[in-house]
Every structure is written in C-alpha cells, then in structure tokens.
Write a protein that binds this ligand. Sequence first.
Ligand code: ATP
Length: 308
Amino acid sequence: MLQLYMPLNFLGVLYREIKQSLIDLQKMFTLMEREREVDDAGGARPLRQLQAPPTVRFESVGFAYDPARPILRQLSFEIPAGKTVAVVGPSGSGKSTLARLLYRFYDVQQGRITIAGQDIRAVTQASVRQAIGIVPQDTVLFNDTVAYNIAYGRPGATQAEIESAARAARIHDFIAGTPAGYETMVGERGLKLSGGEKQRVAIARTLLKDPPVLIFDEATSALDSANERAIQAELQGVARNKTTLLIAHRLSTVVDAHEILVMEAGRIVERGTHAQLLAQQGRYARMWELQQSGAEESAAAQEMDAVH
Ligand code: ATP
C-alpha cells in the first residue's frame, strides 16, 4: 500500500508544483505582454541622470487603447520638482491610464510626456522605469520571503536597510511578529497578507529603491479612520522630496497636494489646490461636502464615482 501511496503522493506534489509554475508563468506573460506595447527608439539613450527630483510634464497628451475610443484628450499638467499632483474622478475617467503612460506601459499618441525635459519616448524604457517607483493598488508579491519582496526594490540591500524601510512603511512590527520574521514566505504559497499589508510591503520596497519620481495608486478598499490616517502618514513619508503622481480615491489624502486634477471622461474638468477647488463650488466641492457631512469614507468614495 505504502509502495502505491508514495508515488501517488509524489505525483500530487508534482501536480501542485506544475500548476503553481503555470500560474507564475501566466503572470510573467501577462507582465511581458504589457511590456511589449512599446519599443525603444533606435539609438535611444538612458534618461540623463537625475541629481534631484525632476519636473514631470504631460503636454497635450492624447491616448486611446482602441483607436475607435479615445480615452485621454488634450491633457496638460505639470508636476513641479518634488511636488505632488493628485488626480481624482469617477471610475473609468482615465486616472490609472495617466500612471500607465508615465511608466511607459504604452506610448502616448498625441503630445508628449517629459521627465526633466526629456521626452520619455526618446529614452530607454528601462531608464524611465529605474527613475520611477510605483506603489500600485494591488501589489503582486513574489512567492518568496518578506525580506526578498522588500529587497526587490534594491537588490543587494542589507538586512539593516530592509528593516529600516519596513519600519518607515510601518510593516516592521507585523513582520517581526510572525514566527520566521523576515524569512517568512509570502505570496500564494506562503503567508497571505491583507491588501493594506501588501501595500505597505510595496511602500517599503519603494523606499528602498528611493526613486526620484513616484506613482502612488491608492487602494480603493474602504478603510477605518485609524488606517486612513496611517496610510496618509505613510504616503507623506514616501512622497517627501519626490515628484509624485497620486491617483486618489479618498479626498482626505489629496488636501495637501500642490495641485488636484478632477478628471471626467479623459478630460480635466477642474483643477487647483484644495482651497481653490472648494471656493469654485463645483464638482470637487460637492464631493468634499459629501465627505464632511459625516458620510463614511467608503460611501463618499462611491459618491465620488457617482457625481457627474
Ligand atoms: P478606476 O478609478 O476605476 O481605477 P480610472 O479612472 O483609473 O478608473 P482607467 O483605468 O484609466 O480609469 O480607464 C479609463 C478607460 O480606459 C476605461 O473606460 C477603461 O475601460 C479603459 N481601459 C483601461 N484599460 C484598458 C485596456 N487595457 N484596454 C482597453 N481599454 C482599457
């Protein structure tokens, strides 16, 4: 019986391993597919070394995933060096598309995007990505240790550097509380982390990478007010002295932004500081009122999607 059981057991393990490898491969192909959208121009050089946070500009940008359906039209804005520009607006208005274009998952079809005055289509894609850190809405973790997942931001980082980034991202105590600490396996085959914990790992990774430009895609999930304040503090920490594009789903995180862009159907329909937008008494002011009137954040976020 044992003789039969062993090979069957082995086959079971093998089956699970193969299935997992296929999932990993699938993930890799999905990523590669996204990366195949753009090619470097012949003779493209790397982005000139950035000594300080650069100015990022979108100049009359037009873009469509499908030529029959334009998504962004004539969109212009500037993120001054070291400042944060926040983008708010209903679901599907094109907020994440801005982030994908800046990271050069796709090339713009009209206008241009520049980093420190350099058109990102004219330089190598790798150097653009080297200069940008992304904290995505939904972080994909590797099936490896927590330490590996954080150090991915800067291969060769020391344990002390990894821990310091984890502390700044407020995930150290959580990690230290797990039986294997930084050696704990995470991902599909290891410890499952909540959305907020995963985002903190992504923040630690980004802090370690220390890029001059940052894209922060705020998670849409509803948070209680304590968590809300924690995320805000983390965001401020990570965005300090970085040129930051913040895709926001909660108005409380955009109050201090240098400029807030209110998007609708691929266009900027209102723009200004928090105070200026409140004074305009338009869409932004209505969204803000809804939030202030005591509605739960999640409800306000839903309203944000509903206001047109
Ligand atoms: P949300 O707040 O829900 O994340 P968003 O404002 O970030 O929304 P985008 O993700 O930028 O919106 O999407 C803008 C539009 O582009 C949507 O209508 C969406 O359906 C479309 N879109 C997004 N990604 C693709 C894609 N890969 N192919 C085709 N259309 C897409």
